[in-house]
Design a protein around this ligand. Structure first.
Ligand SMILES: [Zn+2]
Length: 624
């Protein structure tokens, strides 16, 4: 869910693509210590038999350590104390050491002619590292200093409002609720000054140099190629694939942009927001202009009585409890023919915030033993947002359990976009029809489809506005890693991409020492971002395929696959594969197609697209 995109303190303790991936903890994006390549020079090329033995040992080690790591992290996340922090940071350091050693050992087999599945495992062990460092312990230590300083600059940044320090979590809310453009610009600008940008920019440049050297030692031309090598195709093809997908959804974004710009113009006047050119980034309801739903009240679409029902109200009227919310979520998955959650799920999950201790409340889904010990951890409130979040988190759990029969390295998503897409796909099935079937809504209360536009607009402000942001985040990093953007141009190039993809501009002139990329969690903490873009593409593609399978003929946004065992069976076939096959095979198992396809988004939002085109008829859209 979007909450995850804001990042969490817990994430800073973990390592992306690192041990946590193997420990099967989903949701909390992992960052963490950099990995160092083994200093020992590789011996002579190993045989296929040696490789099989190495992989078997490595996977056993990963399984064993992953279980220990997951239990340690679970205890930390459920009881935050000085002591559990000690335990989890010690475990993280051990995880890094292990990961580094294993990556180094794969070098022995780089020239061995390996079967496809073994080659894929080797790639996972190397390209799965987010920040590699070259041989030489000085580099490792230096890289750790740099990443720690950036991470803490980000998480300790505060600004002053009326002489009172305000932290980012409060600022994030205020960016969505405040409507005074001068005040918005002040918060927006001060947050970007609060992260120690001059220092962070320098640190970032040095980090890139070291990590690039590490990537080269692992056989990649640079870190960009390494990050893009996790998708079962050559890096340059994957990059072109992202552009192709973006091109498919861009026309919808352009209409949304156009309509929102006009709405802001009406609200704030020509001096604040012109009817042409880019949109002022601070007016969009979000600190990074990545999700615009908070300004639905000023730029939304009036359609009858909106959605015609209030899910939060329905849940309250039916006296739902947090546990009942989770039970309802489980029932969705069992209605597809999947086995119920194990008894231990109910005994061990954290479903509400405890009264007497600190916990990490950010919703997450866990598999503690890589088998059946699946759990969620969330501080559930009885409202519409958490109702969808429950369906989302359980998607992770059902996926984790489905692929438990695979080899250890393959017990993960088909690619990193799949895991998030599973739960979001199911959450798209929370429709009026579904609510009727589970007894929350009366048949005669189902609103007319004409009332859906308001709801669809709200979803578009959340999900369509996000797409160009998610693309440009890693576009900027790939170019930086390749040396196409040099440190002097970090900020200028950032804004060129922001304008090119999102059509937005800064509200105030950027100072010479600004480092605006670093004001975003996933850059300050080195969490790759492409996965989020891919998961948004995939979830609508899943929905369209599932609804086709179900023989649905109405508008896609009204389709629920609740209770459809045929869909469930195909869905489960994909999930059971985990990462054991290249992702196009997994995609094909469920959807029948081997390519990611943004046209499902266009189909889903077609009624809105039509309405926006009508509304925008008199405007000159685009921002060139
Ligand atoms: Zn998730």
């Amino acid at each position: 869910m979007t909450k995850l995109l804001a990042g969490v303190a817990f994430g800073a303790l973990l390592a992306a693509g690192g041990y946590y991936a193997y420990a099967n903890i989903q949701e909390d994006a992992v960052t963490g210590d950099a990995a160092v390549i083994s200093e020992t020079a590789p011996a002579a090329a190993g045989s296929v038999e040696d490789a099989a033995e190495f992989l078997a040992e490595t996977e056993a080690e990963i399984g064993d350590f992953g279980e220990f790591a997951a239990h340690t992290a679970w205890v930390y996340a459920n009881f935050i104390t000085e002591d559990t922090e000690y335990l989890v940071s010690r475990m993280s350091a051990e995880a890094t050491e292990l990961q580094v050693r294993q990556a180094g050992e794969t070098a022995r087999f780089s020239d061995t002619d390996l079967p496809l599945d073994m080659r894929r495992k080797m790639t996972m062990l190397t390209a799965g590292i987010t920040l590699p460092t070259p041989s030489g312990s000085d580099y490792a230590q230096r890289l750790a200093e740099l990443t720690t300083r950036m991470s803490s600059s980000y998480s300790t940044g505060t600004i002053e409002i009326d002489d009172t320090p305000v932290t980012l979590d409060t600022l994030e809310v205020m960016m969505g609720t405040e409507r005074d453009p001068e005040f918005l610009a002040m918060m927006w600008n001060d947050w970007r000054a609060a992260i120690n940008p001059a220092q962070m920019s320098q640190d970032y440049a040095e980090m890139v140099e070291i990590a690039n050297a590490g990537a080269r030692e692992l056989g990649f031309s640079d870190l960009a190629e390494m990050w893009l090598s996790n998708y079962d195709m050559p890096a340059d093809e994957m990059e072109a694939e992202v552009e192709r997908l973006w091109g498919q959804v861009e026309p919808l974004y352009e209409q949304l942009h156009c309509y929102v710009r006009d709405g802001l113009n009406e609200t704030y006047g020509e001096d604040v927001q012109a009817t042409s050119g880019p949109i002022r980034a601070d007016l969009l309801g979000n600190m990074w202009a990545q999700g615009w739903a908070p300004i639905n009240d000023i730029v939304g679409i009036q359609s009858g009585d909106g959605p015609g029902y209030d899910l939060t109200q329905l849940l309250e009227d039916h006296d739902y409890t947090p546990v009942q919310m989770v039970e309802t979520g489980e029932r969705f998955y069992t209605s597809l023919g999947l086995d119920p959650l194990p008894e231990t799920f109910w005994e061990r999950s954290l479903i509400t915030r405890p009264r007497d201790r600190d916990v990490v409340c950010h919703a997450s889904a866990w598999n503690l033993d890589n088998e059946e010990d699946i759990r969620i951890k969330m501080c559930t409130h009885v409202n519409a947002e958490d109702f969808r979040t429950v369906h989302h988190e359980l998607g992770h759990n059902f996926y984790q359990r489905a692929y438990r029969g695979q080899d250890m390295l393959f017990r993960t998503g088909a690619h990193d976009g799949f895991h998030e897409a599973i739960g979001d796909f199911v959450a798209l099935s929370v429709t009026p029809d579904y609510l009727v079937q589970i007894g929350l809504l009366e048949e005669d209360e189902v609103p007319d489809e004409s009332a859906d536009l308001g709801l669809m607009m709200n979803l578009a402000l959340d999900k369509i506005a996000f797409l160009p942001f998610a693309v440009m985040m890693d576009q900027w990093r790939w170019r930086v890693f390749r040396g196409e953007i040099t440190p002097e141009d970090y900020n200028t190039a950032w804004w060129e991409l922001r304008e090119q993809y999102q059509g937005i501009m800064p509200p105030v002139e950027r100072p010479a020492d600004a480092f605006d990329p670093g004001a975003k969690y996933h850059i300050a903490n080195n969490v790759p971002y492409l996965r989020y873009f891919l998961s948004y593409i995939l979830q609508f593609q899943f929905q369209q395929a599932a609804c086709d399978m179900a023989g649905w003929e109405g508008p896609l946004n009204r389709c629920t696959v609740y209770g459809n065992e045929e869909v469930g069976q195909r869905f489960n076939e994909m999930m059971e594969m985990g990462a054991s096959q290249p992702w196009p095979d997994a995609l094909e198992a469920f959807t029948g197609t081997r390519e990611m396809d943004g046209s499902a988004i266009i189909a889903y939002f077609q009624p809105l697209m039509t309405r926006l085109e009508e509304e925008n008829a008199g405007s000159s859209c685009g921002w060139e």
